[in-house]
Design a protein around this ligand. Sequence first.
Ligand code: E4P
Length: 184
Amino acid sequence: MKFFVDTADVKEIKDLYQLGLVDGVTTNPSLILKSGGSIAEVTRQICDIVEGPVSAEVVATEFPQMMKEAQVLAKIAKNVCIKVPLTLDGLKACRAIRNDLGREVNVTLCFSANQALLAAKAGATFISPFVGRVDDTGADGMELISEIRTIYDNYDYKTEILVASVHTVNHVKQAALIGADVIT
Ligand code: E4P
């Protein structure tokens, strides 16, 4: 199971990377805001440290603007993975970023197995189901991971399951038992 650190704190990333435990990084606009830098600056600094995929998220909600942002983010470094929200425009951007920019895409804000199926069909490199947030609604976040694992295996989708919104150590153990590809 790969470990992606979910932070935009450059010092924290450097320390964890030296331990040899970090396979990639996921950021989002709120994490970058907390770090005090701009999306471009902070993403560049992280890409200088980490070789694996570094997710940088678009903030636009509409397809044309998402594509403009994706082009800018893709130029920062070759390991930038463009993160888009799981909306219709986000799915459209996912396909276009894969096909036209040839970049990896992390489709985020996944709360259901059917949404994960749509993301796989749109060519997502990673799907990010938010297990902690699903638990908060009274449903079972890890059951969602199991369902997605079954669906992806049934049809041999190559999209990797990136378990996000991890709030307990049990989430980590369950993700490994289910066979999730990545945990944050
Ligand atoms: C992903 O981009 C998010 O940072 C994240 O995994 C959400 O986690 P939270 O539910 O702990 O805010």
